[in-house]
Design a protein around this ligand. Structure first.
Ligand SMILES: [Zn+2]
Ligand SMILES: [Zn+2]
Ligand SMILES: [Zn+2]
Length: 109
């Protein structure tokens, strides 16, 4: 993890959960080699019962310096799908969506 490569640490992304890609706006440049080239490495996906976790690292495309660790969790319970994201670069967010055809909480105003 590296704070010097990002503008803001763990920016608040509200309900914007992503399980791929990088939040480029928050990337300054690699603090090691000054490159603005970033890529995703070590992506893996673990499924345990009703939960799915996707992890990957944002790394410098030139020197492989690790910029941030990305974690995305997807969970399903009886009524909702839950999404969670945590990443130094992409920020933190969570969201939930009803899996019922009609949301039991009523329409969103
Ligand atoms: Zn760095
Ligand atoms: Zn670099
Ligand atoms: Zn990320």
């Amino acid at each position: 993890m590296c704070e010097s490569c990002v503008k803001e640490e763990y920016p608040d992304r509200d309900s914007m959960c992503v399980d791929s890609g990088s939040y480029m706006i928050n990337f300054v440049r690699c603090s090691e080699c000054k490159s603005q080239d970033m890529k995703i490495v070590n992506r893996n996906c673990t499924e345990i019962e009703d939960e799915e976790r996707i992890n990957y690292q944002h790394a410098c495309g030139q020197c492989y310096h690790i910029i941030a660790e990305h974690e995305h969790i997807f969970r399903v319970d009886k009524y909702y799908q839950h999404y969670e994201m945590s990443c130094l670069l992409c920020g933190s967010a969570d969201d939930q969506r009803s899996i019922m055809p009609v949301d039991p909480r009523g329409p969103i105003m």
